[in-house]
Write a protein that binds this ligand. Sequence first.
Ligand SMILES: NC(=O)C1=CN([C@@H]2O[C@H](COP(=O)(O)OP(=O)(O)OC[C@H]3O[C@@H](n4cnc5c(N)ncnc54)[C@H](OP(=O)(O)O)[C@@H]3O)[C@@H](O)[C@H]2O)[C@@H](O)CC1
Ligand SMILES: Nc1ncnc2c1ncn2[C@@H]1O[C@H](COP(=O)(O)OP(=O)(O)O)[C@@H](O)[C@H]1O
Ligand SMILES: [K+]
Length: 505
Amino acid sequence: MMVTCEQMQRLEESAFLRGVLAKDLMEEAGVGIAKVVQQFFPQTGALVLCLGKGNNAGDALVAARILKERGWQIVVRLAYAEKDFKALPAAHWKALGGEFKIVNSLVELSDERGSVVVMDGLIGIGGVGRGALRGGLADVVLEINALRERRHVEVMALDLPSGLDGNTGVPGACCVRADLTITIACVKVGLLADAAVNHVGRLVVVPLRELADGAGDADAVVLLSNRLLSKLPRRDFDFHKGRAGRVGIVAGSRGMLGAAVLSARGALHGGAGLVTVYVREEMYALLAPMMPVEVMVKPVPNYEVCLEDRLDVLVIGPGLGRMFAEEVRAILKKVAVPVVLDADGINAMAESDARLDFLGEVKARVLLTPHPGEMARLVTGAEEWKCLSRAELAREFAERFPNVQLLLKGSRTVIAAKGRALAFNTTGNPGMASGGMGDVLSGLCGALIAQGLDGYDAACLGAWLSGRSAELAITHGEVSQESLTAGDVAANLGRAFASLKALDF
Ligand SMILES: NC(=O)C1=CN([C@@H]2O[C@H](COP(=O)(O)OP(=O)(O)OC[C@H]3O[C@@H](n4cnc5c(N)ncnc54)[C@H](OP(=O)(O)O)[C@@H]3O)[C@@H](O)[C@H]2O)[C@@H](O)CC1
Ligand SMILES: Nc1ncnc2c1ncn2[C@@H]1O[C@H](COP(=O)(O)OP(=O)(O)O)[C@@H](O)[C@H]1O
Ligand SMILES: [K+]
């Protein structure tokens, strides 16, 4: 459920009227935040608490109390004097005990060695409608952003990045740039605005039992493991490869053969029963040795031949090049099974004279997976869509093409289909900004469709899993955001499935 800050405050007020205690909510929030920290930062280090005077600071203090017991070194930067704390955070300030360091400025941490994680507990929904940050809060925000930029510390914002308008998502002049935002109970609408993305970063929701339902936008959801897991088919003991599904892949061309390999790896590690990659005869000798041995590589004189095979889904486009556009369009006119249309598959349509009308005439269900550049090519000329946000564009597009499910890629991937809630992915990191990530995703989505999911569910699950895989490659593997490759994402999909089943954040 997505809420405005005012709706969130009303939810809290009605919980208090039912007898729920603010201190219990804060304890539950803090326990959840500590779990999130342990998931994303399995190695302990220095935890720098940046505290305002309200309950947002209280959440941070509860989490810090727990993390201190688990071995984190606590450092505190106060935006106000200690005496200014409201009652609840004041109590948790006392409970934190001694044994921590107070700094007057975060500049003091510029040369701190080891892992440093900053927690922004400056201000949450209490800042709504109060204008730009002032005084001590503004000073600390500037210090956080400077430390993040120069010292490469990780910044976690609690509930909202301080300085962000939680309703519109517009960042104020002083606004925390977080790598991770841990929002409490419900997602505040502003967190999903296009303007907010570089301040929010990875979005995590810590649920609170007593604030679970209520008013808000039910036509939009964020993708969370607890909702996604039920979409993943549970395998019977006598499951076999035929039931796991047959994925056909039309991908790769001279200069871009690796795209076919990455897509096939996405399909294999996504659980497909049988994966067949179709390759032009003249490329066969080059591509076949590059493929994982589990993949069937079929030389064809023309890609339309794939229509003769028994398949459950056809993935078309990764690294296909522009010279087979006619064949792609011919396949789309005849294909009966669901299609995942990516990259040059999308370009093949964008280049046709009919463009969007062509898409409307395709009989099969099509999961379209454009990145923003491919999307722009596809809707060129559709003037009415020029000024829309990513979410609005996805919604309008899905409304116009009922046979299409849209996965619009980006740091905040959105998924839309007619009659379904607009879904915002939460996982992934800037390490994914390198070639081939989308190729893995296309094969992964294909595998999920082959296992019986519809295109919308496959897109939701595929986006979450590929982003989570990128995260796990960094937290549990030997790579950094800089060194992460699409191959790492394919290789870590098993960890991502395990993480989904563990109901990780
Ligand atoms: N209620 C609960 O039980 C639960 C609450 N929860 C948590 O509490 C958070 C809300 O806490 P909150 O209401 O205490 O407000 P919070 O955001 O900490 O700060 C408000 C303070 O900031 C100040 N201030 C405001 N604007 C300013 C400006 N522009 N520039 C400078 N200062 C400004 C203002 O000071 P004033 O100006 O009034 O003196 C005020 O004292 C919520 O986001 C969530 O994290 C969860 O644990 C769930 C249970
Ligand atoms: N900063 C980021 N945060 C999260 N996910 C990202 C980020 N950058 C890229 N991605 C994801 O990586 C993938 C890139 O896909 P795409 O651009 O099609 O790659 P390619 O065409 O090279 O295979 C998409 O799933 C996208 O959502
Ligand atoms: K905050």
